[in-house]
Each structure stands twice: as C-alpha cells, then as structure tokens.
Ligand binder design. Structure first.
Ligand SMILES: Nc1ncnc2c1ncn2[C@@H]1O[C@H](COP(=O)(O)OP(=O)(O)O)[C@@H](O)[C@H]1O
Ligand SMILES: [Mg+2]
Length: 384
C-alpha cells in the first residue's frame, strides 16, 4: 500500500474537539480525500495566536516537503485566509489564519480618487469599487453588521473625491435619520423618507435619465465617460429597499409601490451607462425584495453576514459566501470580477461632520420640497 492510501489518524490531544460542523475541518478532510488520503472523523485543534491550527499525523512514507509543495493548493481552497503548513514535533500543522483586522478605522488616505471608492481591506490590500467599470452595487446583510455605516462611507468617499461632479439621492424609509447629516450637504439632492417622497425622487431621476439619453444622442456619445465634466454622476442610494416593494401590499397603495419597483428596474437597466448609479441595499434578500431585473444589472455585490443559505443563494450564485462570515461588524464579502473577504473601514459620525464641513448647503435647514404631482400614476414612466 502506497502512502497515498494511508490513513491520516486523528491525533489525540487534550483540548478542544471540534466536530464535523467545523467548516474548515470539513474542507481539509475533503482536500485530503481528493488527494487519496483519508482523514479522521474528529480532529483536535487548538487556537494559536496565528490562527486556528489543525494537527495531522502524516501518513507513512509521505514526507513534509511533499505536503509543503501543496501549500498553494491549500491557499486556493481557503481564498479568504492565509494557510501555512508547518511540521512540528512529528505532526503536520495546517494553520488557517484570519488575517483581517476586526476593526479598521477610516482614514482619508484610503481614498484614491476618480470614481473608485474604498470597499475594505482584504488579504491582498485595500479593495476598491470602480463606478466606471461597474455602475451599480447590490448590498445585503442582516441588521447590525454595518450596512448603513458602509453606505455612509460610500457617500462620504464620493463627496470628498468628486464634490462638483456628484449628486446624491438617498432613500431611507426609516425616517431619513441615517442620512440626516448628509442632507445638509450640497451634493445631496434629497433624502426621501417616505413612500411619496421616494416615488417622486425616482420619477425625477427617470426623467433625468430620459433627458440625458437625448443629450447623449445630440452629442453623439455613448457612455458617461465620454461626457467628461459636462454631466454629473447621480447616485441613488437605497437603505432597506424591501420597503419600496409592492409585495404584500393591497389596493390603491400597491400601485405606488409597484411604480417604485418599475422605476428602480428602469434605473438599473438604462441608467448605468448614462452615469446613474444604483446602490440597492436589502436586509432580507429574497426573490420578492430583490427584483430579478435589479439583480441582473448589479455586477458588484457587497454582503455582510446573511441569515441562511437561502438568502445567500439569492445574492450570490455560489454557496456559503456570506452565511459563513465571522460574527464581526464591518466584515463582508465583496464580489465583482473576483471575490474578496473585506473589513470595511469604520467611519465615525464626527469624522463625517469634520470632513464635510466645507460642503454645507447655504440654507441647509430647507426641508425636502415636493414640486410634482404625487398621486399614483401621475408622471408615470413610460418605458419605450
Ligand atoms: N465597518 C465597521 N467596522 C466596525 N464596526 C462596525 C462597522 N460597521 C458597523 N459597525 C458597528 O455595527 C453597528 C451597526 O452598524 P449599522 O451600519 O447600523 O448596521 P446595519 O445598517 O447593517 O443594521 C455600528 O453601530 C457599529 O458599532
Ligand atoms: Mg441600517
């Protein structure tokens, strides 16, 4: 019997016994199995300061150098961690480390300009989202893990980097409190805090999109990058978008929610190339709170912890991405052309106040004023 068929025996050490529900351990077992090596049922592990250390006895005939040569393969299987192999006291140590900080204070030098905004630190360095490459972002995650803080970071980054070229429209149906300080800034067109204000703001944006389409045609240009400084970027930021959905509503009321859904779908479908960016957040991603059209047009996703695999599967086409995240506020998975686990920088309210003090509106106490007809169906968007 060659060494590849030998059984790796569980090393009996006093201490923690972690059973098969340990996802790292199941993964290690799978890797060993794929290589024709068998692993024990339950393996003792202990936490060292470098990370979690899993100890294995090497099968007879297999030397450490042969395993060490496979370190890259281990790292590929644990893309968010650093995996190191070591040989100590006759035992193979597989060390799986969470390399990210549990808290990362926001610093201005994290901003790198243009239309790239900082998303968070990954094991490969700071990850940025480039609105020039991917116009819309879908954000998900259960409450208390940092969605609103991330939205505030996004708004701050845009305002500091492109103070003259950006226009922000925020929708927050929890009374608009989350963005009260941003409402006072020149770049913030409005913060809609109820359904009537929301539908009005979205109609206005749809009209603006149509106007811009016309302008593009006249100028003979095809995408916003060609417009230079002549057109602003418009960011439509929706915290808890499920509250705009028509599902579960009845009667006349349903119409206005249905219109919101259609407007969001329209912005997602048509707005991207024209410089209209949708930031669509939802706590409970289901097929009802996340219209198919919106999902299909969001090529970037940031997700904080998700409740379960059903929610995970609605957001990602891959398994176990955001449901397996550690219980750390600000920890998220960001997916664009590749997937990163990130620690989102934490920006304090006072920092925002200080950094944006030059951008205050002259009359910043003016409330949101309605200029248009609010009845359902009025100004209804006609999608040609
Ligand atoms: N990036 C972060 N880093 C560290 N802690 C954070 C971060 N984001 C949020 N938190 C903590 O989590 C709390 C909840 O964040 P919040 O953005 O309000 O969550 P959500 O909008 O998802 O309910 C914050 O008050 C803060 O204490
Ligand atoms: Mg929130």
């Amino acid at each position: 019997m060659g060494p590849e068929l030998a059984i790796i025996t569980a090393v009996s050490l006093a201490g923690y016994l972690i059973w098969n529900h340990d996802k790292n351990l199941s993964k290690l077992n799978k890797i060993f199995k794929n290589w024709g090596l068998m692993a024990g049922e339950a393996l003792p592990v202990f936490k060292g300061k470098e990370g979690v250390v899993y100890k294995f006895k090497l099968p007879m005939g297999l030397v450490f150098d042969q395993m060490k040569a496979k370190e890259d393969a281990f790292n590929e299987s644990f893309p968010f961690n650093a995996v190191e192999l070591d040989f100590v006291g006759g035992l193979l140590h597989v060390i799986i480390a969470d390399q990210l900080p549990k808290m990362l204070p926001f610093k201005e030098d994290m901003l790198k300009g243009k239309w790239s905004i900082p998303i968070g630190q990954s094991i490969r360095g700071m990850i940025y989202h480039d609105f020039n490459k991917i116009p819309h972002i879908l954000a998900a995650g259960i409450t208390r893990y940092g969605k609103t803080v991330w939205l505030r970071l996004l708004m701050l980054s845009i305002i500091l980097q492109q103070p003259k070229q950006s226009k922000l429209v925020a929708i927050d149906l929890k009374g608009g409190l989350s963005f009260m300080d941003f409402e006072k800034l020149k770049q913030t067109h409005c913060v809609a805090s109820d359904i009537a204000e929301s539908v009005e703001a979205l109609r206005e944006i749809a009209d603006e999109i149509k106007g811009r389409q016309k302008w593009f045609k006249e100028k003979g240009i095809q995408k916003i990058q060609q417009a230079g400084k002549r057109q602003k970027r418009v960011f439509i930021i929706i915290d808890e978008a499920a509250q705009l959905m028509s599902n579960g509503r009845t009667g006349k009321e349903k119409l206005i929610y249905r219109e919101c859904e259609r407007l969001l779908e329209y912005i997602g479908q048509v707005g991207g190339g024209l410089g209209f960016h949708l930031i669509y957040c939802t706590q409970y991603p289901t097929t009802k709170t996340l219209p198919q059209q919106v999902k299909a047009n969001c090529d970037a996703v940031i997700s904080f912890r998700l409740r379960n695999s059903t929610a995970n599967n609605v957001v990602f086409d891959d398994v176990g991405m955001a449901e397996d995240l550690p219980h750390i506020p600000g920890r998220a998975v960001y997916q664009s052309d590749r997937v990163h686990e990130v620690q989102v920088p934490f920006v304090e309210d006072d920092q925002i106040l200080e950094l944006t003090k030059d951008h205050l509106k002259e009359d910043h106490d003016a409330p949101f004023v309605s200029h248009k007809d609010n009845t359902p169906g009025a100004n209804t968007l006609v999608i040609e």
